[in-house]
Structures are given as structure tokens and as C-alpha cells.
Ligand binder design. Structure first.
Ligand code: 2HA
Ligand code: ZN
Length: 270
């Protein structure tokens, strides 16, 4: 069997979480990422029948029964993943309708998957129902998006419209806008269910005063969505307290819709 550390998805996961750390999005043990894997891509590297141990998930997710995920560990620091991937990452297969996770590789210090596993798995199920090719759920704590949730209304239409105006790329990259959850206790099934519900209509979900969730078919897509929203929030935090002399108008945003052949979220533009 081949060395799992050479698997392209493993290499890309390690590079991506390292990059997230380097962007300042994942202080200490902040943030978590999960990637849906094909059975064939796991079986090239691991014996899929032999579990190291079984972990109860505390929720059920029948849509994900039998599916494999590469996921970051609870309490683990993204900055360390590149040096000790086998401690900081794990590969699990969900069984029993999602109630049990069979650990096939990783968490070699006896560790466990991210505390946000419910939000990740419920979000995977939600995204797969609207996009069967979705593979990634990504969570992190970008400073400007967090800052924005202290000083900007959390109304989703208003929050989205502000970000769309903060740089020309925003409406092109996330035409469906961003959804927003009010502050909630993290790590629970409740925030998991609320996040998954929001994931049905947008690939970005802001957690007020905490961070953001992004998703996508690839790590690049999820990363790029968060990167673009965070750039918008950065511009906002630089200018919100200054007299605004120029902006991107709704008329301009309509021109972008035309130019790039995709509509912004229904009812979000005047
Ligand atoms: O500890 O980001 O939301 C990781 C987190 C919790
Ligand atoms: Zn977090």
C-alpha cells in the first residue's frame, strides 16, 4: 500500500491549513477543515476494514453513512500540522447512520476530530443535497470579518450588499451572498444544525463574533471564498469610519452581473 502522506489530497490539506495559519485566520487551535474522500482514494493507502478505534459522534447523519472524511483534530494547532500530520489530522469513516466514526488513520496521540464535527458533518450533508460535488467544509477566524460583525448590522442582505460594494470581485465570487448566524455557543449540535440550514442557500456562513464557514468542491474554492469575503471586510474596516466619496453602486453591480453572466441573490440588488 502507498504512503498516505504522499496522497495528493493529504499534501493539499497540509498546504492549505498551513496557508490558513499564515493568513492569521487560525490562532492557537482556531479553525477546522474537513474533506470528503472517495473510497477508492482511501483504499489506495489504507485498509478501510481495520479501524484503530471507534468514536461516537453524538449526532446522526444518515446521508453520510459509509462516507470517508479527512479532518483536523480538536485542540490541535494548524501551525503544527505540516510537522506532525499524523497527530493533527485523522481519516474517519462514518457508520451507524453517522453515529459512529471509525478512525482509520491519524489522531495518533489518542486525539479526536474537531469539536466542530457536528457543524462540519451536518454542513456536508446540506451542501451535498444542493451540490453533489461539494467536498470541503472550512472554518476559521479571519480578523476583519469578525470585526465587521461588531459594527455592522447582521441582516444578511445588508451584510452581503456591503461586502459586494467593498471590491469589484465580491459579487462575482459569491453571487449568492453570505448568510449570517447570530452569536451562539460553538461546538454544539444546535450551531451545527443552524449552520447546515444556512449552507443550503450560500457557500459562506458568518458566525457573528466568532468566524466564518466556507465550503466548496475543492480546498481552493473554499479558501478563495473566505479570502475574498475577508478582503471585502478588510476594506470595510479601513473605510467605514471615513467620509465615503465613491462607491460601487447597484447599477455597477448589475453591470457585473451582465459581464460575468451570473445573477446576484434574488432581491439583494435594487
Ligand atoms: O477550536 O475554531 O470553533 C476550533 C474552533 C472552534
Ligand atoms: Zn472557531
Amino acid at each position: 500500500m502507498k504512503d498516505i502522506l504522499t496522497a495528493p489530497y493529504m499534501v493539499e490539506m497540509i498546504r492549505t491549513v498551513t496557508n490558513m495559519y499564515n493568513h492569521g485566520w487560525d490562532e492557537r487551535n482556531g479553525g477546522n477543515v474537513s474533506m470528503l474522500l472517495d473510497e477508492a482514494d482511501v483504499a489506495e493507502y489504507l485498509d478501510t476494514e481495520t479501524a484503530i478505534r471507534e468514536i461516537k459522534t453524538g449526532f446522526s447523519a444518515p446521508q453520510l453513512d459509509g462516507k470517508y472524511f479527512l479532518v483536523t483534530g480538536t485542540g490541535k494547532y494548524f501551525k503544527n500540522v505540516q510537522y506532525e500530520p499524523e497527530i493533527n489530522l485523522g481519516i474517519v469513516r462514518l457508520t451507524d447512520g453517522g453515529e459512529t466514526a471509525r478512525l482509520l488513520w491519524g489522531f495518533s496521540d489518542g486525539g479526536n476530530f474537531t469539536s466542530e464535527f457536528p457543524a462540519h458533518m451536518m454542513s456536508h450533508a446540506a451542501r451535498l443535497s444542493v451540490d453533489p460535488e461539494n467536498r470541503i467544509i472550512m472554518h476559521c477566524h479571519p480578523s476583519n470579518l469578525l470585526a465587521m460583525t461588531y459594527v455592522h448590522t447582521l441582516d444578511e442582505r445588508e451584510f452581503t450588499r456591503t461586502l459586494w460594494r467593498m471590491s469589484t470581485e465580491c459579487i462575482v465570487v459569491f453571487p449568492e451572498g453570505v448568510n449570517v448566524l447570530p452569536w451562539m455557543v460553538c461546538g454544539t449540535n444546535e450551531i451545527g444544525e443552524a449552520t447546515a440550514e444556512k449552507m443550503l442557500t450560500a457557500r459562506l456562513v458568518v458566525w457573528a463574533q466568532h468566524g466564518i464557514y466556507g465550503c466548496g468542491r475543492t480546498l481552493d474554492e473554499a479558501f478563495g471564498l473566505i479570502e475574498t469575503a475577508e478582503k471585502g471586510a478588510e476594506i470595510y474596516m479601513k473605510i467605514a469610519h471615513l467620509p465615503i466619496l465613491n462607491t460601487i453602486t447597484d447599477e455597477d453591480l448589475h453591470k457585473l452581473e451582465e459581464r460575468f453572466g451570473q445573477k446576484g441573490r434574488e432581491g439583494y440588488l435594487d
